[in-house]
Design a protein around this ligand. Structure first.
Ligand code: FAD
Length: 378
């Protein structure tokens, strides 16, 4: 059961943000024996959410959380892999049939995040929705933190010894603690939804297509929907007026593969939205009594489709580390940070390798910039 406001005045740990990272952290804390965990989520999981391709590696996260992945087959669409035109004009295939963990999924992302929060609640986490964390200050005694929460019924204050920032890219809590984000790359993503004819075949591949000004992506969703998105620089977005659905559709019509599979599909102009995605990391990522997890700590380019799994994994690890820190282990945080640093260096190398594969447009500002991205810190 999800609640509308906290039932206690004091918790061992408060997790702010009920996306994949927040729910995973909260479940991991309970698994590690932390008894009172509050998860605060600003939404009620009613609005649609973006980020829908789930790689097969999610099975390992679910195993660590002792969660069945059966619900994925019940409510989401299995995907056999990705087809891409990247670095060459012909389509290449990355088939999950060769992946040791099997297929991936295309999610109804809102339902996925809601399911994780419900599972956390079943495990003993107190999950409060429509509860936005507004401020974190020291308690009068100075030994803990006081958290101000905006609920339907007005403002509430709750106390804790440890707070987790799982608020996504905004990293609202960590920034209040003085952390800042260093950005390696940034994209503007403009996405919209199509309804597919009832007769269309289910579960086709994700399609990725590089073009001179960025890359397009298309993915089949549950309920016969299709998401189509373009990632480019913000200057191209403004110049081409891609916030305008007619301009966006004109641009889509110029793609070689993406536009092809949309015959008979109906575009919903009201669904067109834009957002920024950032490859970057927060610094510091933890301090006395707080830790950032998921995108709040480290955010990645959606081209790799690893954001959800990275956030689940980070949340699970963070839960274990925080439980150790609460039990008096003073080295757990530093060891965890060293692993996170290594992960980010490896990720940046993967990012450079991937963008380095596309050399068809030597005069393109978009590709030139990414070919000259700074090498990962040693
Ligand atoms: C356009 C786009 C496409 C993407 N595509 C993919 C993809 O195909 N596959 C993939 O794996 N990843 C994808 N990603 C990345 C993926 O969505 C993120 O990595 C993932 O959502 C991060 O999870 P998180 O829990 O850290 O943060 P989020 O999912 O951002 O969750 C943060 C939560 O915190 C809540 N919140 C924020 N502020 C407060 C507050 N003050 N109080 C209480 N609650 C608060 C929010 O409501 C939200 O529920 C994509 C991202 C973008 C932007």
């Amino acid at each position: 059961m999800l609640q509308s406001q906290p039932s206690q005045s004091d918790y061992d740990v408060i997790v702010v943000g009920g996306g994949p990272a927040g729910s995973a952290t909260a479940m991991s804390l309970v698994q590690a024996g932390v008894s009172s965990v509050l998860l605060l989520e600003a939404s009620q999981y009613r609005q649609s959410r973006v980020g829908e391709s789930l790689i097969p590696d999610v099975r390992q996260c679910f195993n660590r959380l002792a969660m069945s992945h059966e619900f994925l087959d019940a409510c989401h669409v299995r995907t056999p892999g990705t087809a891409s035109s990247w670095g060459s004009g012909t389509l290449g295939y990355n088939d999950f049939v060769c992946h040791p963990l099997g297929n991936g999924w295309h999610l109804d992302r809102r339902a996925f995040d809601h399911h994780l929060a419900l599972t956390a609640a079943e495990r003993g986490v107190e999950v409060c929705v429509n509860c936005r964390c507004q401020e974190v200050t020291d308690t009068t005694a100075g030994s803990g933190l006081r958290v101000t929460v905006k609920t339907d019924a007005g403002h509430r204050q709750v106390e804790t010894g440890y707070i987790v920032d799982a608020t996504g890219l905004s990293a609202r809590i960590a920034r209040q603690q003085g952390a800042h984000r260093t950005i390696a790359d940034q994209l503007t993503v403009i996405y919209g939804y199509f309804s597919l004819p009832e007769s269309s075949a289910p579960g086709d591949q994700t399609l990725l297509e590089a073009c001179e000004y960025g890359w397009w992506y298309r993915s089949r969703l549950p309920d016969n929907k299709m998401i189509v998105s373009v990632s480019c620089d913000s200057s191209y977005f403004s110049r081409q007026r891609l916030h305008n659905w007619q301009c966006w559709l004109d641009c889509l019509a110029g793609t070689r593969y993406l536009s092809g599979g949309l015959c008979g599909a109906r575009f919903d102009p009201a669904s067109l939205k834009s957002t920024a995605t950032v490859t970057g990391r927060l610094w510091p990522q933890y301090g006395p009594g707080w830790m950032a997890v998921g995108d709040a700590a480290t955010s990645v380019d959606p081209v790799l489709g690893i954001g959800i799994v990275k956030s689940l994994d980070d949340g699970i690890n963070a839960g274990l580390v925080i439980a150790k820190a609460l039990a008096g282990d003073r080295t757990a945080g530093d060891q965890h940070q060293a692993l996170r640093d290594q992960w980010y260096r490896d990720y940046l190398q993967q990012h450079q390798y991937l963008y380095g594969l596309e050399r068809r447009w030597p005069d393109s500002e978009f590709w030139r910039q990414r070919h000259h991205m700074a090498a990962p810190e040693a």
